[in-house]
Design a protein around this ligand. Structure first.
Ligand code: CO
Length: 286
């Protein structure tokens, strides 16, 4: 008799456990999907770990997931056994798991081409959730630009002298209208510090224009800071690399010594907080 009772208890508890396992995870939980271009650089990944840490602290009741938009980076990581979903895959999974409210946070710097690709993907999934919204990237208003520039100007190494230049490396976005946001940032930077500049890899202001101005001003030393979320390939190669076409090499050819600071914007908590404030505002909207 006892044995039958024990078996019955065991049976029912297993059934209960199984049921719990099948219960959709997202039933009583909303999800945050952090969307970034991605990185395969282990050093740069520190910046992402920092974003996740701060996001979990600010939004403890949310399921937090990542999506990488770059197929090239996802493939590279997959070869090493690290599987990261595309925004499409991440949304499919959240849908499958039964989440009804999903807040996507764009971890881009500007609402450029990549951001708008994410918007296009989310549009396809709108019907699958009660709520699916995208929160804007870092620089979504002049106020964001001012705040971010102020933070980044405070990160210039303390030993920089007034006559030394500071150049922020932004990505730039070629023909996209949002490229102009870098020009807006350049305006704010130059207004705050007459020897500080913004130059971009693929847009405006161009590095060549800034170089001409450094030469005019007879600058001898320049601090190079990263105006991108991570200090990845562009920072390591195009800015501080040994190749003849890196900013460091070009500056050296012009008699300007450079001091690269290889730290991405996402490594600074104050910058991450701007993204998270956008998210808080997006979640708060009815
Ligand atoms: Co690039």
């Amino acid at each position: 008799m006892d044995r039958i009772l024990i078996i019955m208890i065991l049976f029912f508890s297993c059934a209960l456990l199984a049921q719990e396992k099948n219960e959709p995870k997202g039933k009583n939980m909303d999800a945050i999907l952090l969307v970034t271009f991605g990185t395969s650089d282990p050093e740069a990944k520190k910046a992402f770990a920092n974003i996740e840490k701060l996001a979990r602290k600010k939004f403890p009741d949310y399921e937090i997931r990542w999506a990488y938009t770059s197929e090239m980076i996802r493939k590279k990581l997959a070869r090493n056994g690290e599987i990261l979903p595309s925004p499409e895959e991440a949304l499919s999974k959240l849908k499958e798991e039964g989440f009804s409210n999903v807040y996507m946070q764009s971890l881009h710097i500007i609402p450029g081409a990549e951001f708008h690709e994410v918007v296009a993907v989310s549009t396809k999934f709108k019907k699958d959730f009660d709520k699916l919204v995208i929160s804007p990237p870092l620089l979504n208003s002049m106020d964001d630009v001012k705040k971010s520039v102020e933070i980044m100007l405070s990160k210039i190494p303390a030993d920089r002298k007034k006559e030394d230049a500071v150049i922020f490396m932004g990505h730039g976005s070629g023909k996209h209208p949002s490229d102009m946001i870098y020009v807006a940032a350049a305006y704010v930077i130059e207004k705050s510090d007459e020897n500080a500049f913004m130059a971009t890899v693929e847009g405006n202001p161009a590095f060549g224009d800034i170089l001409a101005r450094l030469n005019e001003k007879k600058i001898k030393k320049a601090y190079l800071l990263v105006f991108m979320s991570v200090a990845g390939e562009h920072a390591k190669k195009d800015m501080a690399g040994a190749d003849t076409d890196s900013w460091k090499s070009i500056l050296a050819k012009n008699g300007i010594e450079s001091v690269p600071v290889l730290k991405g914007m996402a490594e600074y908590d104050e910058i991450v907080n701007i993204w998270l404030e956008h998210l808080e505002k997006t979640i708060g909207k009815k």
